[in-house]
Design a protein around this ligand. Sequence first.
Ligand SMILES: [Cu+2]
Length: 494
Amino acid sequence: MNRRDFVRLGWATVIGAGAGKLGPAFAESLGLRHVPGPLQHPMISTSEPTATGRAADFTLRIAPMILELAPQVVISTIGYGDKVPGPLLRVREGQRLTVEVVNDTDVPEYVHWHGLFVPSEVDGAEEEGTPSVPAHGRREYQFVAKPAGSRWYHSHTAAMMDLHRGSYTGQFGFLMVDSANDPGLYDQEVFLALREWEYFLSTGDPDEMQSDPNDPMPEKPASPDQRPNGLEVSAPLYSINDKMLGAGEPLRVRSGQRILMHLLNASASQIHRIGLFGHHFQVIALDGNPVPTPQTVDVIEIAPGERVDAIVEMNLPGVWILGELRDVARRSGMGIVVEYANQAQPRPQWLPPPKARWDYTIFGKPSPHPAPDETIDMVFEKVPGGPHGINHWLVNGKEYPQEREFVLRQGGRYRLVFHNRSDDSHPLHMHRHLFELVELNGKPTAGIKKDTVIVPAFGRAAVDLIADQPGLTLFHCHMQQHMDFGFMALFRYA
Ligand SMILES: [Cu+2]
């Protein structure tokens, strides 16, 4: 048992004492440990808001809700429209969209439209000047849905030390922008959001993935930082969409079907790896953008903020678990049963997929890049265990705010070089733009368009960006705690 498992078991024991009512047979069948019993919550109002002005295409209502992750595992969170994930918003590319957001909570909120080209005033980031949805108030977001692909929407409120705000809550949902050119080469389409619940702070290493000793680590300093690490965000419960493994409906398939999986990591803090024994994922899009070279892989790695679209051919009849590779995460709920029709054997099987390394560059193409007009170096460093015992983060030697430093000229072609001088991997997200991956740890590539990129521990990535979306633009690590404690910068147009 490692330190992390110990912390987790300790937590489950404390809050599960006297409340471990999860049916033993159910729990055993999944290899789940006992988890806390139901919590008590006041009833929430279900009255519908009255319309203001023009009719909205969609209404999102932010309100406290209770969420049944599994029988007898009921938690309290804040969600959109009493659903987790929130309602699937599905639109055509180029469609003008009005979303009315009603905020039935006591705090101002922001809804961010992740991966869309929208103006700063509606992007849903306070730092860019988007107005809030006031507490017990409402606001309309109007924008044109583009570009096509798997987008999503989520709270962009700072949480700081409050682990029941912002992306620690159930405020996230899928936003599909359909292209007129979708070839539709699949039989079923499923949306799978990866999540943890009941976040807490611990000194256990929440970075689930050990960095690979074979990684080149071009940014590793000669002498390691000896200061003790601060408190980080961990979680005892996991789910895919709103259910822990085994608690929801299985994914029902037939032999020979092609299933298009829209995977989203809606986690506030963890990178995940997903596998399905005996099956392969044909990755066709990253962050919603078609890749130049679709490739088949056994394991998908996906960081907070990222999306992966993959087609899975169903050619091994049985009852399987699509799940997180780490036993602790899968046994705590991160998985879903995949059930072929007409199966006699009811017990879902987990077998680890073949060992595989995730490497974005296999989905790229080799063509060279024109030289950028300007290169902007960004150096990221950790200050271990600062105020409140939380790690703080520096961008070019400074915690956010970085308001004057990063300036783009309209139409300019920029190369951003991300130097990760910390021992954690970070998913780096640029609002309102796409960038093209140019290099990862010294490996060149082209044609991979993303809005969020994992830069491995002590790693380096370079991305090209065309400055064609005037307005303030937020850049940050997509892990909520990192973002809240310094890991942000603001780009402005000259
Ligand atoms: Cu980070």
